[in-house]
Design a protein around this ligand. Structure first.
Ligand SMILES: Nc1nc2c(ncn2[C@@H]2O[C@H](COP(=O)(O)OP(=O)(O)OP(=O)(O)O)[C@@H](O)[C@H]2O)c(=O)[nH]1
Ligand SMILES: [K+]
Ligand SMILES: [Mg+2]
Length: 430
């Protein structure tokens, strides 16, 4: 028999309320043992919880949900207890006394929901992202995935595919040529339309982009004020600043949320040409190498050096605008800023946010993660092959390949490893 699992599903105690969830065949028995009577399903009941020797453990609100129409697809109970550490430990200990009951592993409730078909893989992944979302944009995108936008789309594509496969079957049954000529004219258009829809999803920014945010590197010669600008943007004294040229040696990265949009800011070592300097500090040389590769990986480079001398596409920034004798760059697209007085920083932030919005997934738009992107890409490849072929059997095989890719995408066929990796991301009690 399946184990019955339990865990504190609310946050870490102490808190005002602590919710212990229990799922599995013994959940009903557990409610009866602790409460001493049968409860009406799906109604909150106030009850005294008692331990094995009759001692009162807590007064709690208890909910009893008989399966299979529950979040996990199993019998499910919730004990809304007082959220003290000792109270929760005592109730958990009493639940653990029950034969066949044990504490849940991380993500095990969600894993059971998946195993029982209550949610599919894409929804589980969305849920994992939702629980770890830190910015508003991450939350909005994760909720779209968790609520099944991709899953519904794949379901629709899959049923269109089945219709197309049925057309192949009937052409094979009723013709001698076994050639595309036996198919309805709409056949190829329909595959192409399907392909078009899939490609629209494939070109969307990927969900991983939301996790790490837009990468903004700050670059320029030594003492340009890079670290000072970095500290101001990340609102902490993360980087050491000083009048000594070559203060920053290594890359410094910090994640920040600007107007609900996730960014990773990167401070870099000042760039200067040390190639002809035999006495150059080898550590500074390494730092400059690292700086150059960070610039190559960044989505946006803020260039604090001489106009036009930064990496191509870099944003021109004239720093230290408050200093006597300050002369800004002459280009119209220059951001004139002072980290000391705050001048120009709002304009810079507004443009960073606008640029990020065009790089990142749209709010509430469902997105693909790397795994989903790969599977959907396989489906697209198979469909492209299908439109290029003339032999019905071969076309049918490509359509089957596309269907397998859809099935893997939503988890109709998945490996244990993959599930371990996914559900291990959840906390205990989820
Ligand atoms: N007045 C004024 N001084 C600034 C401003 N930004 C930086 N400074 C000063 O300029 C000097 C160099 O600043 P840093 O932020 O260390 O410059 P950096 O580009 O990171 O230098 P390296 O790491 O050595 O390449 C420090 O003394 C800062 O206090 C500014 O906006 N206004
Ligand atoms: K410096
Ligand atoms: Mg610095």
């Amino acid at each position: 028999m399946t184990d019955t699992i339990f865990a504190v599903s609310s946050g870490a105690p102490p808190a005002a309320i602590g919710v212990i969830r229990m799922s599995g065949p013994k959940a009903g028995q557990a409610v009866f043992d602790l409460v001493g009577r049968e409860l009406e399903p799906r109604r909150a009941s106030l009850a005294e919880l008692r331990g094995p020797s009759g001692e009162v453990l807590d007064q709690a609100l208890v909910l009893w949900f008989p399966g299979p129409d529950t979040a996990t697809g199993e019998d499910l109970a919730e004990f809304h207890c007082h959220g003290g550490r000792a109270v929760l430990a005592a109730v958990e200990a009493a639940l653990g006394e029950l034969d066949g009951a044990r504490p849940a592993e991380p993500g095990e409730f969600t894993r059971r929901a998946f195993a029982n078909g209550r949610i599919d893989l894409a929804e589980s992944e969305g849920l994992a992202d939702l629980l770890t979302a830190e910015t508003e944009l991450q939350r909005a995108s994760a909720i779209a995935n968790a609520s099944g936008a991709l899953s519904k789309k794949v379901e629709a594509w899959r049923s269109e595919l089945l219709t197309l496969s049925a057309q192949i079957e009937s052409a094979l049954d009723f013709s001698d040529e076994d050639d595309v000529g036996d198919l309805p004219d709409s056949f190829t258009w329909n595959i192409e339309r399907l392909l078009g829809e899939i490609e629209e999803w494939l070109v969307r920014p990927r969900s991983e982009a939301l996790g790490e945010g837009v990468r903004v590197a700050i670059a320029g010669p030594p003492n340009a004020g890079k670290s000072t600008l970095f500290n101001t943007l990340v609102e902490s004294e993360a980087a050491i600043t000083s009048p000594i040229a070559g203060t920053t040696r290594d890359l410094i990265e910090r994640s920040v949320d600007i107007a609900g949009v996730p960014f990773t800011l990167i401070d870099t070592a000042g760039l200067r040409d040390l190639s002809s300097d035999a006495a150059a500090d080898p550590i500074e040389v390494i730092g400059i190498d690292r700086a150059r590769s960070a610039l190559a990986d960044a989505n946006i480079v803020l260039w604090l050096g001489e106009e036009g001398r930064g990496p191509s596409g870099a944003w021109e920034v004239s720093s230290k605008a408050d200093v006597d004798g300050f002369a800004p760059k002459t280009g119209a697209a220059t951001y004139v800023v002072s980290a000391a007085t705050g001048e120009g920083l709002n304009e810079l932030k507004i443009d960073l946010v606008n640029e990020a919005r065009s790089i990142l997934p749209k709010p509430s738009q469902a997105t693909l993660n790397m795994r989903q992107h790969r599977r959907l890409g396989e489906a697209a490849e198979a469909l492209k092959a299908a439109v290029s072929l003339r032999d019905l059997l071969l076309i049918g095989e490509e359509l089957r390949r596309a269907r397998v890719a859809f099935d893997r995408l939503v988890g109709r066929s998945t490996t244990e490893d993959m599930l371990d990796a996914l559900f291990g991301r959840f906390c205990i009690g989820k």
